[in-house]
Write a protein that binds this ligand. Structure first.
Ligand code: ISC
Ligand code: MG
Length: 461
């Protein structure tokens, strides 16, 4: 077969301008894609610090797929009915964007963003976050295994000078960047819900479980940490990439406020009509030695309380997905997913989707799973809203990306932090079932704070 040479960006721009003239319109949004040589995604992200630009970062849990989005080309936001509203606005927007290159997965008018845990979001801390925020960046780097792509999203008008615009697209290459590192970050203080209040909260939940109102509920606490110097997001990213290798890494950096997560939990991945989801619930620490480690793993696999926490998630995901699929594959028992400082019970879910559902339909069905909310879902959500003494914001909510062909992936933003200057608010929660003991659950949240606290430069809690 005759292989045609891919068009250069300049050729694509000229073609798009011609296309616009042919259509007789005065303005056209265009998504241009080119295959490029190796670019380090972490360095690329870091390059744009201190430029007042929104920066978005995504790494998948296999360490094989990265997206780095810089600046906003188009942003869609919602304050209510978040999944449905975003999907409708997205469709409208995509219909107007001309993508002359049949795009590779994760290139072209890709949207990156996230949602809040609840349908609405409140509180000063979360002022610059909406209940749904998806962004098509101006410039996007896509790394898929060994393939590298740049996407440029632009608006052409009658007056656009294509040669000028072409130069502008590449101007980022010559901008200098501030590579200063805060290697000696020092934690000054931390503040979180004290144990007495925590244990009252857990006892209340266990009471509701015993009287049959609830099956399971996930309760969390926030930890406010203050550092000596402003937190350097680039440093945090490097720490997370180095230490949380089996996690998704997600950053939504708006300059003054950044939300960061290094989460092992996938909500949903849509790859053509193949669906992947993950049941992750049930936790124990890692051992100091390989022997202790496997003893702990064995203990976790055979622990009734943790198995019950896990089973709620498996049953709910199965029930939610089954009607949408031709076939679904869920192993009958979980395996261990070891992370750097803790290990989880893990059951992968694979399914073949019946018809093309958008990733937002799937999120709507799945969020929140009983790994983040509880069972029954509405009762658990209400219990959380009435009893947890803080606003979850984007904690435990879907974050990720979707391309124009509906390929995409959403993780659940646990092991996360909201960062503002020298302050960070960290979040960690745990699944409460009938056998839950407040002290053990408190220790579990401590374990879950550790990776992010260490990445921020602190070590103690
Ligand atoms: C809610 C969190 O973890 C969930 C995910 C894995 C294991 C969990 C657990 O064992 O309790 C939680 O359900 C969190 O880290 O904030
Ligand atoms: Mg647990």
């Amino acid at each position: 077969m005759l292989q045609t040479k891919p068009l250069t960006i300049l050729e694509q721009l000229n073609n798009a301008k011609e296309h616009m003239n042919d259509l007789g319109i005065s303005q056209l949004m265009v998504s241009l894609v080119e295959k490029v040589d190796y670019i380090d995604p972490i360095q690329f992200f870091s390059h744009f610090q201190n430029q007042d630009l929104i920066r978005l970062f995504w790494k998948d849990s296999e360490d094989s797929f990265y997206l780095v989005g810089i600046d906003q080309f188009k942003t869609i936001e919602t304050s209510q009915n978040r999944f449905d509203a975003i999907q409708k606005k997205r469709e409208e927007l995509l219909n107007q964007i001309y993508s002359p290159n049949g795009a590779e997965k994760g290139t072209g008018p890709v949207m990156l963003g996230g949602f809040s845990f609840n349908d609405t979001i409140y509180g000063e801390k979360w002022d610059s976050f909406n209940s749904g925020q998806m962004i098509i960046p101006k410039t996007l780097l896509t790394v898929n295994e060994d393939d590298y792509y740049m996407t440029y999203n632009v608006t052409l008008t009658e007056n656009t000078d294509v040669d000028e615009l072409y130069k502008e697209l590449y101007s980022y290459k010559s901008r200098s960047h501030d590579g200063k590192q805060n290697s000696n970050q020092q934690l000054q203080s931390t503040n979180s819900l004290d144990y007495r209040n925590w244990s009252q909260l857990i006892e209340k939940a266990v009471g509701s479980i015993k009287n049959g109102t609830l099956g399971k509920v996930v309760l969390a606490r926030e930890l406010e940490a203050e550092f000596k110097q402003p937190i350097n997001i680039n440093d945090v990213l490097v720490n997370l990439v180095n230490h949380q290798t089996d996690s998704f890494i997600y950053i939504f950096d708006q300059g003054d406020d950044a939300f960061i997560s290094a989460t092992p939990e996938r909500l949903v991945k849509a790859d053509d009509n193949e669906l992947l989801s993950t049941c992750l619930a049930g936790t124990i620490k890692r051992g100091e030695t390989p022997d202790e480690d496997s003893l702990l793993a064995h203990q976790l696999l055979n622990d009734e309380k943790n198995r019950s926490e896990h089973q709620y998630v498996v049953s709910m995901i199965k029930e939610a997905i089954e009607p949408l699929t031709y076939s679904i594959d869920i192993p009958t028992s979980p395996v261990i997913l070891p992370l750097r400082s803790l290990q989880h019970l893990y059951t992968p879910v694979t399914a073949r989707l019946k018809e093309s559902q958008t990733i937002f339909d799937l999120i709507e069905k799945l969020h929140p799973t009983p790994a983040l909310g509880g069972e029954p879902r509405h009762v658990a959500m209400q219990f959380i809203e009435e009893n947890e003494p803080f606003e979850r914001g984007w904690y435990a909510a879907p974050v990720g990306w979707v391309d124009a062909d509906d390929n995409g992936e959403m993780a659940v933003a646990i092991r996360s932090a909201l960062i503002n200057q020298n302050k960070a608010t960290l979040f960690a929660g745990c699944g409460i079932v009938e056998e839950s003991d407040p002290l053990a659950e408190y220790e579990e949240t401590k374990l879950k704070f550790t990776p992010m606290l260490e990445a921020l430069g602190g070590t103690s809690q």
